[in-house]
Design a protein around this ligand. Structure first.
Ligand code: ADP
Ligand code: MG
Length: 237
């Protein structure tokens, strides 16, 4: 049917924190191979929505479908086995381990050729020359790329990124933009939570605007940037 290329679909997804509804009946869909940015003001519910999709948080209501499977009652590990992966906002690398040792961690549960997979990932994240360096010695931007590497060694169908360029220099930001684009060129679908509109403009074709827990607008980056209501809620104009 017409919807067979939908990879991820949330239906009526809702999260209450006490009296606050942080995510309010969200129907989000992501197509296979799509690169979608999720934007919105602080407190809009972006990170909570991501945590519901990965299973870090339990939903109050609604369902999550991925690749035709109902993920709603599965735990995070089972969702990862189904082909989801996530990189959280702050780096979660193991500082006392080398770059290569960090990349081995997600490969512990697979029967892949570890050396080949690690070499391919090092090449992808641009850290081949730093493979034996302790993660603590890397720059902030390199640590973020290492973590994107850890999140992608198993070739997930969908990668979720929460503010991947927060606190980065212009040069580091450009490197992450290139990395995101190369992952997408390889066929990986991505949902990228981002604040920086220039960055969104650089990487994304499709944009979803979240406001007060609800989907406020969806469209291409051009449509979203030109929408006066979006400028009002998002940019405070
Ligand atoms: P965003 O990522 O868009 O900035 P969040 O998803 O972090 O927004 O937060 C959405 C709303 O939910 C905010 O009002 C925030 O204060 C609230 N919130 C987030 N996490 C919790 C929590 N664990 N307990 C209570 N309230 C929370
Ligand atoms: Mg957030």
């Amino acid at each position: 049917g017409p919807d067979t290329d939908i990879l991820l679909a949330t239906e009526g997804l809702t999260k209450h924190f006490g009296g606050l509804t942080a995510v309010d009946s969200v129907d989000l869909s992501v197509k296979e191979g799509e690169l979608r940015c999720l934007i919105g003001p602080n407190g809009a519910g972006k990170s909570t929505l991501l945590d519901l999709i990965t299973g870090q948080l339990e939903s109050s209501e609604g369902s999550i479908y991925f690749d035709g499977m109902d993920l709603t009652d599965l735990d995070t590990h089972e969702r990862i086995d189904a082909g989801l992966s996530v990189k959280f906002q702050s780096p979660h690398v193991y500082e006392d381990l080398s770059v290569t040792e960090n990349l081995q961690i997600p490969l512990q549960r697979t029967d892949r050729d570890v050396n080949e997979t690690i070499n391919r990932t090092l090449d992808r994240i641009g850290l081949s020359a730093r493979r034996d360096v302790q993660a603590a010695e890397l720059s902030h931007g390199q640590q973020q790329r290492l973590e994107i590497g850890m999140a992608t060694t198993l070739d997930p169908e969908l990668l979720l990124l929460d503010e991947p360029v927060a606190g980065m220099s212009v040069e580091e930001t450009n490197e992450v933009a290139e990395l995101i684009q190369s992952l997408n060129d390889d066929g990986m679908a991505l949902v990228v939570i981002e604040h920086d509109m220039e960055f969104v403009d650089e990487i994304s074709q499709q944009v979803t605007v979240l406001n007060q827990g609800e989907i406020f607008r969806q469209g291409t980056i051009e449509e979203i940037q030109d929408d006066p209501d979006v400028r009002r809620i998002y940019l405070g104009e």
